[in-house]
Every structure is written in C-alpha cells, then in structure tokens.
Unconditional design. Sequence first.
Length: 430
Amino acid sequence: MSRKHLDLTDRCIIEKGLALEHSFREIASSLKCSPSTVMREVRNNRVFITSSKTKCANFGECLKRKICGNPTCFNPCKTCREYDCHAICKDFKPFHCSRLDNAPYVCNDCENRNFCPKEHAVYSAHKADAKSRERLSDARRALHTPNEKIAELNDLITPLILNGQSLNHIYANHSGEICVARRTLYDYIDKCVFDVRNIDLPRKVRYKKRRKKRAEPAPCRYRQGRTYEDFKEFIKQNPDLNIVEMDTVKGRREKGKCLLTINFVKYDILLAFIIDSASQKCVQQVFDELYDKLGSEIFERLFPVILTDNGGEFKAPETLEFTSYGSQRTRVFFCDPMASWQKPHIERSHEYIRQIIPKGISMDDLMQEDITLMLNHINSLSRDSLNGACPFDAAKQILGRKLPKLLGLKKIPPDDVILRPSLLKKSIIR
C-alpha cells in the first residue's frame, strides 16, 4: 500500500464491507492493502457499547440491594427499572460475546444487535478516524528522548539561550552534540521540558495581520526616480550589484544619540555607527568619512545601491549619492511609505540590536567602541539564511581586510556570543 495511514474514505469502505459480511481479504483487496491491515484497523478502532439492555454476567447470582443508596428500597437491584446496573454497580461485568474474539470482531452485520443482551462492538468509520487521529496526535506530543539526554540538552542549551543566542545559532555550532531535530527543541521549550521558556527565546512572536496597502500619494521631489518600483527596475537591469539596506535606530524619542545602520543583504552582515542625532548632516558625515577612508573603488564596490525608508534624515539623497566634488558614489532608493517590510533584512537585524539595547533606552552614554562590540556579537550569530554560517564567514570575500580593520570588526567564538544588555559593560539605563 502506497499510503502510510488509512483515511476516512478507506474506513468508510471497511464499514460498508463489514455490514455486507465481506471477509477481511475481500475488503483488503478493494483497498489494495494487506488483510492484516484491515484486521488491526477494526480491532484497534472498534467501539464497545454497553446500554441498559446489556445484562451483567453475574445476573443470575447477584443478590445486591440498595446500591443506589435508597434505604426504603428492599427489592433486588437486578430487578430495578429506575437505575442501570452498568451505571452504578462497580462489579458490573457485561456478558461477553464470543463473536468479538474472532473475525470480524464487531457486530456490524448482526441482525439482533439492537436486542442482544450481551456487550457488543461496532466499527464506525467516522469514530475510527477520530480515534486514530487522536492517537497519532498523542504519539507526536509525547517525549521520545531519554531523560538523561534531555538533561544533557538542558545543560547545553539553557546557558546559551540565556546569553541571547538563538536556537538556529546553537544548532549550527552544536549539531553534533544535539541528538534531536531543531523543531523538536522548539517543541520541548514550548512544553517546558527545559529550564528556559518561550519568553527567553530571542524571537517568539505572533505576527500581526498586515494592513491593506494604501494608495501611494504623488511622489515628493526627493523620491522622484528613486521609488521602490524604480529600485526593482534598476536591480533587474543590474542583477549583480551588492544591495545595501539602511535605516536608523533611535534610543529615546527626544533628541539624542542614535544609530545609523547598514545591512548587506546578500551576506546579512550589519554595520552601525553612533551619530549625535538623526539628521541629514550626521548621516552625510558618516558617508563622507567612509568614502575618504575606504577610497572610491572600495566604497563604490561595497555600496553601489542603497534602499532606505522615508525618514527625514534621508530626504537629501543627493548629499549621499554624490561627493563634494560632484562625482557619483552610490544610488539611493526609497521604500513605499509605511512599508518597512520592503527592507526585511535590516528590520530583522534591528531585532538583534533591541535585544542588547532595549527600546526606550538612551544611547547618549554609548561610544563607537560599544557599538563595535555589539556588532561583533551580532555578526557572529549563525543564520539559517546562510546555511548555518555567520555573516562574518559569509562576507569575508566582499569585505576584504580594509573595512573590518577600519571598523574594528572581528568574529566572536560561537559559545561566547551574547545578545543581552549585559554585553555592554557600562550601564546604558539612565
């Protein structure tokens, strides 16, 4: 049989065959399976029925009285018409029918079933299907890992998760020590098998339903020729270019330091620069410094096209696209308004930043050295999108040696990766 499990259609065929007094072999022939498969299906999923008509096997010898607790009743309980013996007597034992010990093991084809005083069993396709599904579900929910192995997994995984590491990162670097699938680890955490809980996982959220896309207003001057549709057309004509996503991460809503973040889409590697405010001047200064220190050739290779949002700090794209001498160094495009999902890679990277610098925390006490330390840990986290590699390993070729040396970037050993506020030595909570 090509299928692993019988379905409701197969069970309806079995039920009909039993009612027509067909043998297991005849039913199996119509299902193209083994007769033993049909036999096991009937025996495992039959339903035993005990009703008021079912008599006790001890009926002739029974002398019990007042089982119901009525002190004024002196009649034998077996003659009572108000209560059923099988409902109130703990010693009730139904008459056993020998038909249930041999094929077909059920009473589907018995004409006297409705009047028989013996216990009988029937096979119902719908009840059998529900019973089978419940049994299969229970088997999948059960723990199939020995207790000692669960203890070993707990000792390995719990400290790393409490350091802010994701299960993807842990599995990528300890796959040889983990004896279960990654999906099983999520299930065990959900069932509270380990000392960590769902709330300890870096990303255990329920996505909100996306809103319907609003009609886009007429493009502003800074967006002319730089819309998301223009971006897609430009990439279609230049498919080999390295795409970069850009955004800012703010501390508190009021004025203060914030981060200018840059993400290389292909390699998922993140750069971040601490700036005094989310202003066009500060963003331009970062670009000018990078261009001067890297040189035109390396800068244009690393940042050929940039996709960003419509924040006020980016609304002077000419200052980013061109040098002070008027030569073009990059191309800037903008997402649609209220459509941050169009730059998903940098939005995902921001979640790692928020694990270390929670939302609403001021960044005024942070220095670039603190940000570099944070970047080293984030970029050392193994990613599924990179087949278990970390961004540092994936981006070695494109980054070269100059940019990592210039920014102080270096890989952190897998087990030492920390994505918690405790990573930053100085307190950032004011």
